[in-house]
Design a protein around this ligand. Structure first.
Ligand SMILES: C[S@@+](CC[C@H](N)C(=O)[O-])C[C@H]1O[C@@H](n2cnc3c(N)ncnc32)[C@H](O)[C@@H]1O
Ligand code: SF4
Length: 392
């Protein structure tokens, strides 16, 4: 509901007159995992034999698409997955080499690698430190072994703790940890313990996602077969509220529905999706946006490796861009800037938004702050419905 929803997975940028002063982002998708977690429907497979061929295709695609961002310097790079930490440091170095030759990285501020704890050996982390990577996003999900085992994670709680500490010892400061709530067998006190441990680890960024049951996943089948009892909605809500309460009282800012950061440590890459920065998506299933059109690569690793007819393109209508603005901005603490909305989209869209927001302002799911429409704490829990009603 208010968690890692299908809406979240559709996050695209909206056309903004500000466009972050014409700095761009690059997303690189790595569609490989050693094993699949039962809840996950991200585009990824376990045939690692394709990896070498795939890295070559990534490098070729970077060359083919060097004009996509015009001459905008790149501000952020994000390796997402799947499991980007399955790339060797040599493979990552080869991708950086091609990126450097094709884009202006001189002003690049943030380079993130999504990592699984079991990949973060001392040697590997030392190797990462020699590369331009300056932010690690580590998928921990839980610090409870029963919960981890049930969803087929490849690491134990202790391994995850050691992995985070190892990265810190090697000099990585900007580390984000992903946690999930509403996992099978997860109780409120075990989730609270996760919050306590993550805070003690002293990482500056935490993402907290409520488990969603995606069609076709093992966990969804198990739920239908009643192999476990799903967490009650009220219990999930309590966990989410506990996360907000605990993390904000421990120095984190709750800056987006699922994201918490210490001062100055918000994810720059994700923030740029939310504020209209142009971005280029490289790799199978990756999306791109350059202010005029949206483009997405084929979600099939083998087909992608051939780099023939590998993408589709769609010119965005005004309604599409408006909808993207609602989806992305309502999720953020800063909300939707109504003055910007009026200037950018005109009277008709502005009136539509105001009219549909009215009921939510009355029942206090939305609040107006400095002419910005923001979700209240109560609204965060029902964000999908509010967002849907404000879309055209
Ligand atoms: C791209 S995924 C995985 C990154 C990395 N491979 C890992 O497993 O840690 C990013 C995050 O999405 C979250 N996630 C994936 N599927 C989810 C689901 N069905 N419900 C809630 N969160 C989910 C997990 O927290 C995960 O760490
Ligand atoms: S959660 Fe991460 S490791 Fe697990 S299947 Fe999804 S992408 Fe792969």
């Amino acid at each position: 509901m208010y968690a890692f929803s299908s809406i979240e997975k559709r996050i695209f940028a909206f056309e903004s007159d500000f466009c972050s002063f014409f700095m761009a982002g690059i997303y690189i998708h790595i569609p490989f995992c050693k094993t699949r977690c039962t809840y996950c429907d991200f585009h990824s497979g376990t045939n690692l034999q394709l990896k070498k061929q795939y890295v070559k295709a990534l490098c070729d695609e970077i060359g083919l698409r060097k004009k996509y961002l015009g001459n905008q310097p790149v501000k952020t790079i994000y390796f997402g997955g799947g499991t980007p930490s399955l790339l060797t440091t040599e493979e990552l170095a080869s991708v950086f080499d091609v990126l450097n030759r094709n884009f202006d990285l001189s002003q690049c501020e943030e380079v993130t690698l999504e990592c699984n704890p079991d990949d973060l050996s001392a040697n590997y982390v030392l190797g990462l430190k020699q590369l331009p990577i300056n932010r690690l996003s580590i998928g921990v999900q839980s610090f409870n072994d029963v919960e981890l085992r049930f969803v087929n994670r490849r690491h134990s709680a202790q391994q995850a703790i050691e992995a985070v500490k190892r990265c810190q010892r090697c000099g990585f400061v900007n580390i984000s940890v992903d946690l999930m709530f509403g996992l099978p067998f997860q109780r409120v006190d075990s989730f609270n313990e996760n919050l306590r441990i993550v805070t003690q680890l002293n990482v500056p960024h935490v993402s907290v996602y409520g488990l969603t049951f995606e069609q076709g996943t093992t966990i969804d089948r198990q739920r239908k077969q009643k192999i476990f009892v799903p967490t009650d909605e009220e219990v999930s809500i309590l966990m989410y509220e506990n996360a907000i309460q605990y993390l904000t009282s421990n120095g984190f800012e709750h800056y987006e529905i699922s994201n918490f950061a210490k001062s100055g440590m918000r994810s720059k890459h994700n923030s740029s999706y939310w504020d209209g920065t142009h971005y280029l998506g490289i790799g199978s299933g990756a999306h791109s946006y350059n202010g005029v059109s949206r483009q997405w690569n084929v979600c099939d690793t083998r087909k992608y490796c051939l780099l023939r007819d590998y993408y589709e393109i769609e010119t965005l209508s005004c309604e599409d861009v408006y909808n993207e603005l609602i989806i992305t901005n309502l999720r953020r603490k800063e909300g939707v800037d109504l003055e910007f909305l009026l200037c950018r989209f005109g009277e008709r869209f502005y009136r539509y938004c105001r009219k549909n927001a009215q009921q939510y302002l009355q029942n206090e799911l939305l609040v107006l702050k400095n002419n910005r429409l923001c979700l209240t704490q109560k609204g965060l829990l029902l964000s999908d419905s509010v967002i849907r009603d404000l879309m055209i």
